[in-house]
Write a new protein. Structure first.
Length: 350
């Protein structure tokens, strides 16, 4: 069959105990795959030596690729380009034990009918928790007042310069009704009864309403957004979607929360808005990442920066490994995948 006419994600018939290879950085393997995860993997697949590689171009790696039917990938895996695929004629599935597969797989993978899944759904949970915590703290400007406390100490008059310190009837705007955006709305709704607006041109309005929020256009939502939380993917059309005009449209003392992608925000415009003092920001992602040492955002008292930690970290990543193993288990049993990735879907995912 001509590869160009194969359907996306139509895997070859699975083997009951396929030969597998882990492809990731050594530190990733140590963190994500403990004894329980490795024991489960050995129960599902055949693991020859070496069980893990962090490169796919050496003769040793190519020899292993020639045998494997399944790749378990994660952070540190090189791209699965044409050369890798030519060396892996038996490859039927790639189970990614991390989030985005952008940069890892491309059209050649899907054209060969290779199944691809990821664990982005699992990774959404800690990001949503981080975001909800950031929203609740932003209501009372906790991160910024905490910095002021070190400076002013026994003079509490500094709290008066941060605007309304209230968690009642404040408008929260969620940009992107993604896996994470949906969880943020759901969790926030259990803790907060104020207005939540969702901006997402692709979201089903009925689903947004059922979640306890209200659909809105960005231009309509921004002037109401006392808290603006970003959950959109990094795509050409979303680059700098929050720029000078959008930041200017926010009400005074609004807080921008970005746990999605740094490129969603025009960094230069954000620097100016925060330096002027009319906008506060909680940033887990930036553009570039990390920010250069001379960035003024580091020194502004109304900016909190964390080093891209909202997603799964440490032992949290074991859940992503288990999700990949569940996909492998289903594949071996002839069941459909839970989180398949298609070439079309990849174009609009983070």
């Amino acid at each position: 069959m001509n590869r160009a006419h194969q359907h996306d994600n139509v895997p070859n018939p699975p083997s009951p105990h396929p030969k597998a290879l882990l492809a990731m950085a050594p530190e990733t393997l140590r963190t994500q795959f403990g004894e329980a995860e490795l024991a489960r993997l050995r129960g599902l697949a055949t693991l020859d030596a070496p069980i893990m590689v962090d490169e796919l171009s050496s003769p040793e790696a190519r020899a292993r690729l020639g045998e494997v039917e399944v790749l378990i990938t994660s952070w540190g895996c090189p791209p699965l380009d044409e050369g890798v695929l030519e060396a892996a004629p038996r490859l039927r599935a790639v189970f990614h034990a991390a989030g985005s597969v952008r940069g890892l797989v491309g059209a050649p993978v899907f054209e060969r009918g290779i199944l691809v899944t990821n664990a982005a759904g699992v990774n959404a949970a800690p990001v949503a928790l981080y975001t909800v915590a950031a929203v609740l703290w932003a209501f009372k400007k906790v991160p910024f007042l905490a910095q002021d406390a070190r400076r002013f100490r026994d003079d509490h008059s500094y709290r008066d310069r941060w605007g309304m310190l209230s968690g009642h009837d404040r408008t929260v705007v969620i940009v992107g009704f993604s896996r994470i955006g949906r969880q943020v709305v759901a969790q926030l709704r259990t803790l907060y009864d104020g207005p939540i607006l969702v901006v997402d041109p692709y979201a089903d309005p009925a689903e947004v309403i059922a979640a306890g929020a209200r659909p809105a256009e960005l231009a309509e939502a921004l002037p109401q957004a006392e808290i603006l939380s970003l959950h959109a993917p990094a795509l050409p059309e979303t680059r700098h979607m929050i720029g000078e005009a959008e930041l200017a449209a926010l009400p005074p003392h609004a807080t921008l929360i970005n746990t999605a992608r740094g490129t969603l925000v025009d960094t230069a415009a954000l620097e100016r808005a925060c330096a002027f003092g009319r906008l506060d920001a909680i940033l887990d992602v930036t553009d570039p990442e990390p920010l250069p040492a001379h960035s003024p955002l580091y020194d502004l008292p109304n900016v909190l920066i964390t080093p891209h930690i909202a997603g799964s970290q440490g032992t949290e990543t074991r859940k992503m490994a288990q999700a990949a193993l569940t996909e492998l288990e289903r594949h071996c049993s002839g069941l459909p995948p839970l989180s398949p990735i298609t070439l079309q879907g990849l174009a609009v995912q983070a």
